[in-house]
Write a protein that binds this ligand. Structure first.
Ligand code: S3P
Length: 439
């Protein structure tokens, strides 16, 4: 799928973006191994979270829906999952694979996990190494990638693990394995990462001990079904926060967005650049803070992005690089080597795309240096099948002086179904077609 995006325009309107992807995955996982029926509203009906849902159906869990974001999960209890009769295909979803590897390591049956071309290139030893320390038997390819083959018959023991990378996926994987382990499993993170698993475990009446950067669970407990209201995904809202900031005369309200402090790096970084963002109507939804975000166009300036904000904005850098290209002056990102192992190598893919649109962007092993030029030329960019890169370059067109064409965009559906219609209703001009780009 190719997006052809008209240059110029402004973003206006009050919208809701689809439900949070991280929370939607976790709702299915914890709901499935809980006792009783978990009722979810605001569930993200996108390919990634649906891959998780299908995996649990394949393990015998009855899941009703999704129907307009409503899902009922008939939990089977910690030990009620059944062996799937074929490998679980998780498509493009790293969260599904990494979290499931921990949960499946604790089962009494064998299983295999696979995915698409992008997912089967991503590093998995970050989860398989600590899981082996817990006693799990898991095989990867020689490159340490999927398919993963899990011999679930081993007993797991709790470990005390310090993560070498700040990763909520690794932390969550080990917490899920810890539910099945003998004794206590403790994980220490090098920097704070999203804590949706910890919050949701507590919502399922499972005690979690948190002290600073260390989190512990005790195995052998029971999860009790609950109700979960999934807030709007701040990672999807990010495209509108940036789009409305860079396009003159824009003003948008993004309603009911999750503003968990482990996810709000995008707001902090944009504000440091001079963005005009207000947070209103703060409340709580299922243990997660939510709010309406109002954003208005503002002149942006280049900054040195504080490294401690990197894990708190880890998925928002494609959009933030677009903001940096529109800013006045240089923006420097360091401490973000993780971006190279996301759905694509986001440092290289964004540097190439920015260069194709006239922006001077120098990739570094752990970041990117962007010279703001106040906007973009038109041109063609390759999203490398990465949903967030496709959407980032779509909003770049708001500040381009000729159309921008983005190729390989079908994976926008992994996280943001309806992106084109929602964005177009607010003032973007995306036309999509299938086929190859005529360069
Ligand atoms: C996620 C954690 C992050 C993020 C991903 C979702 C999660 O990955 O990039 O999109 O739901 O736990 P890492 O934990 O690998 O940084």
């Amino acid at each position: 799928m190719i997006f052809e995006v008209e240059p110029g325009g402004a973003l206006r309107g009050a919208i809701r973006v689809p439900g949070d992807k991280s929370i939607s995955h976790r709702a299915i996982m914890l709901g499935s191994i809980a006792e009783g029926v978990t009722h979810v509203t605001g569930f993200l009906e996108a390919q990634d979270s649906l891959a998780t849902l299908k995996a649990f159906r394949a393990m015998g869990v009855r899941v009703d829906g999704p129907d307009a974001g409503e899902v009922h999960i008939h939990g089977v209890g910690l030990h009620g999952l059944k062996a799937p009769d074929r490998p679980l295909n998780l498509g493009n979803s790293g969260t599904s694979m990494r979290l499931l590897s921990g949960l499946l390591a604790g089962q009494s049956f064998a299983s295999a996990l696979t995915g698409d071309q992008s997912l089967t290139r991503r590093p998995m030893t970050r989860v398989t190494n600590p899981l082996r320390q817990m006693g799990a038997e898991i095989r990867t390819s020689d490159e340490g990638t999927a398919p993963l083959k899990i011999n679930g018959t081993r007993r797991l023991s709790g470990i005390d693990y310090t993560m070498p990378v700040a990763s909520a996926q690794v932390k969550s994987c080990l917490l899920l394995a810890g539910l099945y382990a003998d004794g206590e499993t403790c994980i220490t993170e090098p920097a704070p990462t999203r804590d949706h698993t910890e919050r949701m475990l507590e919502g399922f009446s499972c005690p979690v001990r948190r002290t600073g950067r260390r989190v512990c669970v005790v195995g052998g407990g029971v999860l009790k079904a609950t109700a979960i209201d999934v807030p709007g995904d701040i990672s999807s809202a990010a495209f509108f926060l940036v789009g409305a900031s860079i396009a003159a005369r824009s003003e948008m309200i993004l309603q009911h967005i999750g503003i968990n402090p482990t996810r709000t790096g995008i707001i902090d970084i944009l504000r440091l650049m001079g963005a005009n963002i207000d947070v209103a109507n703060q409340g709580l939804a299922g243990g997660e803070p939510v709010a309406d975000l109002r954003v208005r166009a503002a002149p942006l300036k280049g900054i040195r992005i504080p490294e401690e904000l990197v894990p708190l904005a880890i998925d928002e850098f494609p959009a933030l690089f677009v903001a940096a290209a529109c800013a006045d002056g240089e923006t420097v990102l360091t401490g973000a080597a993780e971006l190279r192992v996301k759905e694509s190598d986001r440092i290289q893919a964004m540097a190439d795309g920015l260069a194709a649109l006239g922006v001077d962007a120098s990739p570094k092993p752990d970041g990117l240096v962007i010279q703001g030029r106040g906007g973009f030329t038109g041109g063609w960019v390759d999203s490398h099948g990465d949903h967030r890169i496709a959407m980032a370059f779509s909003i770049a067109a708001l500040r381009a002086d000729a159309p921008i064409t983005v190729s390989d965009c079908e994976n926008v559906n992994t996280s943001f179904p309806g992106f084109i219609d929602l964005a177009n209703n607010c003032g973007l001009g995306i036309d999509s077609r299938t086929g190859k780009v005529n360069q």
